[in-house]
Write a protein that binds this ligand. Structure first.
Ligand code: 5GP
Length: 214
């Protein structure tokens, strides 16, 4: 596509308490959209079985994490469930500069921070579970979390739920396919917003000239 269709990349921030299906929704949206990429965070949390370095996260020690904080590596970072999580700035900037959109699977603190840094370019979506018991069940099913970790996540969820009012959109994940369709609609509509489509102004100028000539 020529420069006529130049678009401003958007930052799609998805948050929810643990066990609501946010990661699956994000991964499917990425699989279906070639110009949407996931921001891979750095964390001090140990990897779960099946997680790979650089795919789900970059796993580091707390000392390494704090050194990166001091070096200004992160666009935002926060402590969640007793571990540190941070979004590396440089890959996000590179993806946006190359015309791609970036999706973030991060908590409410990170969502707020990114929205404050780049309000025009950020779209925030909050995902709700159908019930607490269903959310607890999904957390239990996921391999690798100890009972103590699960209890902590359920406790944190009580705070996370109160943040839904900060988001642009709130989805209920009671049916994965429907929730996914809703998320995809949001993404498609947000991509079409006038202020993201830099090409329109030049195109209209071109139409005006064409009109005069005609
Ligand atoms: P988990 O340990 O289940 O992978 O993630 C725990 C929580 O940390 C989730 O709510 C997830 O969205 C959030 N999280 C993951 N990466 C980041 C990040 O870079 N920044 C912030 N603020 N939260 C993150």
């Amino acid at each position: 596509m020529s420069n006529e269709r130049q678009r401003r990349g958007l930052m799609l921030v998805i948050s929810s308490p643990s066990g609501v299906g946010k990661t699956s929704l994000c991964r499917r949206l990425i699989a279906d959209h070639a110009d949407l990429e996931l921001s891979i965070s750095v964390t001090t949390r140990p990897p779960r079985p099946g997680e790979h370095e650089g795919r789900e996260y970059y796993f580091v020690s707390r000392d390494e994490f704090m050194a990166q904080v001091a070096d200004g590596v992160f666009l935002e970072w926060a402590e969640v469930h007793g571990h540190c999580y941070g979004t590396p700035r440089e890959p996000v900037m590179a993806m946006l500069a190359s015309g791609r959109d970036v999706i973030f699977d991060i908590d409410w603190q990170g969502a707020l921070s990114i929205a404050q840094t780049a309000p025009i370019d950020t779209v925030r979506v909050f995902i709700l579970p159908p019930s607490i018991s269903e959310m607890a069940r999904r957390i239990h099913v996921r391999a690798g979390d100890e009972d103590e970790v699960i209890a902590r996540r359920l406790e944190t969820a009580k705070v996370e739920f109160t943040k839904w009012g900060d988001y642009d959109y709130v989805l209920l994940n009671d049916d994965f396919d429907r929730a996914y369709a809703d998320l995809a609609h949001i993404y498609h509509a947000e991509r079409l917003r006038r202020d993201r489509n830099v090409w329109i102004a030049g195109f209209v100028e071109h139409l005006k000239i064409e009109q005069v000539r005609g």
